[in-house]
Design a protein around this ligand. Structure first.
Ligand code: NCD
Length: 360
C-alpha cells in the first residue's frame, strides 16, 4: 500500500543517512535558530495526543511556532469527537485536511501507522503504546552527537522498564545500525527487552548482555539511559507495585560510573533518579529535553520540504490470521487491513503494525 505523503512511523523506514541529515540539521538549528524563524510561515501542524505528554507535545508545538507556523489539536481526546466513538481513520482524515503535518500519540501500538494509511498529510509518530517513539530517538541521537561527539563505539546501559519502554525500543533499533555499539540491559526478568528488538540488534551486528543490577554494569558504561516503570502498561496494580522502586540511581551509584559517562532519561522521572543527581555534570536529561525542540524543528522542516511518498504496508494478508497482541490497533479498529511480514519462514509472522510475532 502506498501513500502520497511522507510519514515518520518508524525510523527503520528510512536509511541511516536520512536520520543523520535530520540530526545534523537539528544541530545547525541549535547553533542559530533565528535563521529558521520563517521557514514554516503559513503552515499548520496538528497535534493529536490521545495519551498524556508534556515534553513531546510541547516540544513539537514550540518547534512549529519557532519555525513561524501555527498549531491546532487536542491533548485530551475526551474533548473531541473521539469521545463519541469516532475512529482513528475518520479523525485523522478530517484533521489532515486542516493541517500540513499531523503529530500523533496514542496508547495503542500501531495507531500512527493506521493513521498514515488514509491521512491526507504527513503523519509523525509521537509514541504508539509500548511500541516505538522515533522522535525521542532523534532527540537522543542529537544528544549523543553533541555530548559524546559520536554515535559509534559506545557502551550503552538501558535500565528499568525495557519491555514497555517505547523510547528504548526505538533507540536500540537505531544505535545498533552504527558500528561497535554494545548494549547492557539492566532489568528484572519480567521487564526484559522484547525478543524482536534483541533479534534486530543481533542482525545488525551489535551485541548485548542482560544483568539484574545497576551496580554490576554502571562502571563500564559510556551512557546510562534510565526509564520509568510504565504503570499504565501493566495488567494490574499488583504487577506494577512488584516492579516499582527496583532501580534507583543515586549519588552513591554515580560514584561507580566513569567521569565522562552521561545519564539520559526521556522523562518524566518518577523515583528512578534521586533529585540530588541533577547537580552532577553527567546528568544530561534536562539538556536532552531541550535538544528535542531543535531536532523536531529539523524533522518538520525535512518532511515539509522533501514531500516524498511512503510505502505504508509492505506485508501480506493471511486468510483468517489476526494479530495476537490485544494492544495492537488492528484489534481495536476492525476496518484496518491486517498485514504480516515473514522473514522467509512463513510459519512465523510479524504484525506490521505492532511487531508482535505469531506462529501459524
Ligand atoms: C516517554 C514516553 O512517553 O514514551 N516520554 C517522552 O516522550 N519524553 C517516556 C515515559 O513516558 O516514561
Amino acid at each position: 500500500m502506498h501513500s502520497e505523503y511522507q510519514h515518520l512511523i518508524d525510523l527503520s523506514d528510512y536509511p541511516v543517512s536520512w536520520w543523520k541529515k535530520v540530526v545534523e540539521l537539528g544541530e545547525e538549528i541549535r547553533n542559530d535558530p533565528s535563521k529558521f524563524a520563517h521557514e514554516c510561515d503559513g503552515k499548520v501542524m496538528a497535534t493529536l495526543f490521545y495519551e498524556p505528554s508534556t515534553r513531546t507535545q510541547m516540544s513539537f508545538q514550540t518547534a512549529m511556532i519557532r519555525l513561524g507556523g501555527k498549531i491546532i489539536g487536542f491533548d485530551n481526546p475526551a474533548n473531541s469527537s473521539v469521545s463519541k466513538g469516532e475512529t482513528i481513520k475518520d479523525t485523522t482524515k478530517i484533521v489532515s485536511n486542516y493541517a500540513d503535518v499531523l503529530v500523533m500519540r496514542h496508547p495503542i501500538a500501531g495507531a500512527s501507522k493506521a493513521a498514515s494509511l488514509t491521512a491526507d498529510c504527513p503523519v509523525i509518530n509521537a509514541g504508539d503504546g509500548g511500541h516505538l517513539h522515533p522522535t525521542q530517538t532523534l532527540t537522543d541521537l542529537l544528544t549523543l552527537k553533541i555530548e559524546k561527539k559520536t554515535l559509534s563505539g559506545l557502551t550503552v546501559g538501558m535500565c528499568g522498564d525495557l519491555i514497555n519502554g517505547r523510547t528504548v525500543h526505538s533507540l536500540c533499533k537505531a544505535l545498533s545500525m552504527f558500528s561497535n555499539n554494545k548494549f547492557i540491559f539492566i532489568s528484572t526478568p519480567e521487564l526484559r527487552m522484547p525478543a524482536y528488538i534483541k533479534d534486530i540488534i543481533k542482525a545488525n551486528g551489535s551485541t548485548f548482555e542482560e544483568v539484574n543490577t545497576l551496580e554490576e554494569a554502571i562502571g563500564s558504561l559510556d551512557v546510562l539511559y534510565m526509564t520509568r516503570i510504565q504503570q499504565e502498561r501493566f495488567a494490574s496494580k499488583e504487577e506494577y507495585l512488584a516492579q516499582k522502586n527496583t532501580y534507583v540511581l543515586d549519588r552513591k551509584k554515580m560514584q561507580l560510573a566513569k567521569p565522562d559517562m552521561i545519564v539520559m532519561h526521556p522523562l518524566p522521572r518518577v523515583d528512578e533518579i534521586t533529585v540530588d543527581v541533577d547537580d552532577d555534570k553527567r546528568a544530561m536529561y534536562f539538556t536532552q529535553a531541550k535538544y528535542g525542540v531543535f531536532v523536531r524543528m529539523a524533522l518538520i522542516l525535512t518532511i515539509l520540504r522533501e514531500k516524498k511518498s511512503s510505502e505504508t504496508l509492505k506485508g501480506k494478508v493471511y486468510s483468517g490470521v489476526r494479530c495476537s497482541n490485544p494492544r495492537c490497533i488492528t484489534n481495536h479498529e476492525e476496518y484496518l487491513p491486517k498485514s504480516f511480514l515473514s522473514s522467509g519462514d512463513e510459519t512465523l509472522l510479524e504484525c506490521e503494525y505492532c511487531d508482535e510475532r505469531k506462529l501459524i
